[in-house]
Design a protein around this ligand. Structure first.
Ligand SMILES: CC(C)(COP(=O)(O)OP(=O)(O)OC[C@H]1O[C@@H](n2cnc3c(N)ncnc32)[C@H](O)[C@@H]1OP(=O)(O)O)[C@@H](O)C(=O)NCCC(=O)NCCS
Length: 165
């Protein structure tokens, strides 16, 4: 395997990130949007979220010098300040975690996740939250994640059909 390094995403990566996002989601289900339209929409989203404004989003990529082979994103979000005891005032959400199928099971996913988690620690993030697929649970457990007793989730049955405009 070529040398693969982990680095922060750069603005020039946005289209490649959008292409990989399409590949990731299309692996799990049939796409309801054409690839070209999705890549345009998602690349623009990446550019805005990762490189402008409040910069609550961060993304790390696997790069072999020729192309991107995987990625992970983190969004930090604030707690309301707490005057009673000293505690970290940020949480983080991990998402868009993907390694291309050809290079899976070589520890690259764990390294990517480790990078994102070290960054979260450096930001003094309190809880790191994510939604896990059944297949990925062993990896998350190895990295310290556990099912909490105190989190509740409500899922709305939202009609997600996109307008054709
Ligand atoms: C999850 C993923 C990024 C891990 O990448 P990786 O480089 O294979 O990870 P590692 O080699 O460090 O670790 C292997 C672990 O990945 C997990 N894994 C393996 N195949 C998987 C799959 N098809 N989907 C999700 N997780 C998988 C397992 O936990 C495995 O550990 P185990 O062999 O002890 O069960 C990669 O499998 C992937 O992109 N899967 C599809 C997208 C996905 O499911 N993302 C996570 C959503 S919560």
């Amino acid at each position: 395997m070529a040398v693969i390094r982990i680095r922060m995403a750069r603005p020039v990566d946005c289209s490649a990130l959008a292409e990989l996002r399409y590949q990731f989601r299309a692996e799990a289900g049939s796409a309801a949007e054409t690839k070209s339209r999705f890549v345009r929409r998602c690349a623009s989203w990446m550019k805005k979220r990762l490189f402008t404004g409040s910069r609550s989003w961060r993304c790390w990529v696997l790069d072999d010098g020729k192309q991107l082979l995987g990625h992970i994103c983190v969004q930090v979000f604030e707690k309301v300040p707490n005057p009673v005891k000293e505690e970290p005032e940020l949480h983080a959400y991990v998402t868009n975690f993907y390694v291309i199928p050809e290079i899976r099971s070589h520890g690259l996913g764990k390294r990517l996740l480790g990078k994102a988690l070290s960054w979260c620690r450096a930001q003094r993030v309190d809880s790191v939250l994510l939604w896990a697929t059944p297949e990925s649970r062993t990896l998350y457990r190895r990295c310290g994640f556990a099912e909490p007793a105190d989190i509740l989730e409500l899922r709305h049955a939202v009609d997600l059909r996109r307008s054709s405009k």
